[in-house]
Structure formats: structure tokens, C-alpha cells
Design a protein around this ligand. Sequence first.
Ligand SMILES: Cc1cc2nc3c(=O)[nH]c(=O)nc-3n(C[C@H](O)[C@H](O)[C@H](O)COP(=O)(O)OP(=O)(O)OC[C@H]3O[C@@H](n4cnc5c(N)ncnc54)[C@H](O)[C@@H]3O)c2cc1C
Length: 245
Amino acid sequence: MTAQGADIIGDPTQAHCVAIDARAPLYDGGIVTRVDAVSLGVMLNRDGVRFYDEGEDFWPKRYAIWGRLVAMQPDQIGYCIIDSKAIGRFMPPVFPGVQANSLPELAQALGLPEPDFMRTLNDYNAACRVGSFDHTVLDDCHTEGLAPAKTHWARPIDQAPFFGYALRPGITFTYLGLKTDAQARVYFGGAPSDNLFVAGEMMAGNVLGKGYTAGVGMSIGTAFGRIAGTQAAKSALKEAAHAVA
Ligand SMILES: Cc1cc2nc3c(=O)[nH]c(=O)nc-3n(C[C@H](O)[C@H](O)[C@H](O)COP(=O)(O)OP(=O)(O)OC[C@H]3O[C@@H](n4cnc5c(N)ncnc54)[C@H](O)[C@@H]3O)c2cc1C
């Protein structure tokens, strides 16, 4: 469609992008391979460095953004590190995590630079200010004097066994699509088409620019599918009436 000159809308760098197990198949949006333990531990890049607030928000918002955050890291890989306190508090992933009895052992098993890994974990553990841990609310467990901060659910990673998951970005859908309007018309050079309409993921960028609202994919498809179908039928009837006349 873009090659045919259709107008587009949305940010090509944005997508609903989930952090999925690096062992997942190449084409995988992350239904069974996602690892949603990020908020219970820390996320490191391949250099053993944290890069974003793991405690910023609840699923599904955090679910939608972590793939992109990983995609922006060197080699597009991240490592979720948790300890035994996290076990049982997140959806069981399809692949088991890499397990170790100490943090240096875990760094080695994951192939991460041990000194950097240990510096990051030690700094994080020392910065944790644990209040009343509650994973169902934005609780008061946070870090102090750490950059980036972990603003909720921050507890030291200090209870063996330790687990690590290598994570890759998994694109669910992009926020780039065909520009349209309330009648679901496709635009060419700023002008709406009389007989070409669009619905669903192809125009999702008109509705959502970043982040996620649960169920928005199906809602866009249902709402605009109905509009586009109605408009297409009207257009076809008009053409038929014109042909008869
Ligand atoms: C892993 C994953 C999880 C999701 N979870 C949710 C969720 O929990 N809630 C939610 O609301 N949404 C969710 N979505 C989004 C939702 O699935 C989509 O918004 C919806 O399926 C899009 O419907 P669609 O008809 O626009 O496109 P699609 O379902 O992608 O249909 C497009 C069809 O066109 C076909 N096609 C492509 N090119 C051609 C061609 N040249 N000729 C003929 N046919 C062609 C394709 O084969 C496909 O069958 C999820 C998506 C993924 C991938």
C-alpha cells in the first residue's frame, strides 16, 4: 500500500513489543514465550548494566514496552535476573530459567561479564528500601540513589537459588499504519479514496501511538471493520446505481 502511494501515520520506531524468551521461535509475538518476571527482579543488558525502571508500571503497560527497551540495547538482548522470592509470583514461562546457587555463578552461566554484573547487583541490593511488598499495587518498595531507579517492588536479590532469562524483542504489532478517518477511508496524497477502506492492524497507528490499552487490537478491528464494511457496501451500491443509470 505504501508503495502504491497510500498515506501513512504513526511512529515507525514504536510497536507493541514484548520481551520474550531468547530461545523462542523466530516469529513469535510472545503468547507462551513471554517472561513476565521483569518487575520482580532487575533487567540487565549484555554489559551487565541496568537500563530502565523495572518497577514502573503494571502489566499490560509494562508488557507492551519491554521488548522495545530490549531492542534498544546492544545486540538487542536483555537479561531478567530474579531470586527465589520471585518464584510463584509470575506466570510460569514455557522455558525454565538458567539456575545458579550464587550470583557470580549465574553471571557465568548467562555469559555476562561477572565484575559488571556483580557491581550492578550489589549497587541495586544496597539501594533497596523495602517497605510493604505487594505485587498487586504500586507498593512502597523502591530504590534510593540509584540510576535508573526501581520505583516499586524493589527487594534485594539475595536469596538462592537465583534465576536468569535471556530476553529478545517480540513484536505483537506496530504503530505504523495507513492514515484513515472516521469513515475508514484510505488516503492518497492527502485526499480520501472513494472506494478503498481500511480496518484493523493496518490502521492501528491512527488510534494508538505508543503503550497499550488491554483489548485495543480487537476493538480497533471490530469498530473499524464495521465502519469500513459499511462504507465499502455503500460505495459498491453507488457504483452499481451509477452503472445501471
Ligand atoms: C501474539 C499476539 C497477541 C495479541 N493479543 C491481543 C489481545 O490480548 N487483545 C487484543 O485485543 N488484541 C491482541 N492482539 C492483536 C490482535 O490479534 C489483532 O489486532 C487482530 O488480530 C488484527 O486483526 P486484523 O484482521 O486487522 O489482521 P490479521 O488478523 O493479521 O489478519 C490479516 C490477514 O490478512 C492476510 N493477508 C496478509 N497479506 C495478504 C495478502 N497479500 N493477500 C491475502 N491475504 C493476506 C493474513 O494472512 C491474515 O490472515 C494480539 C496479537 C498478537 C500477534
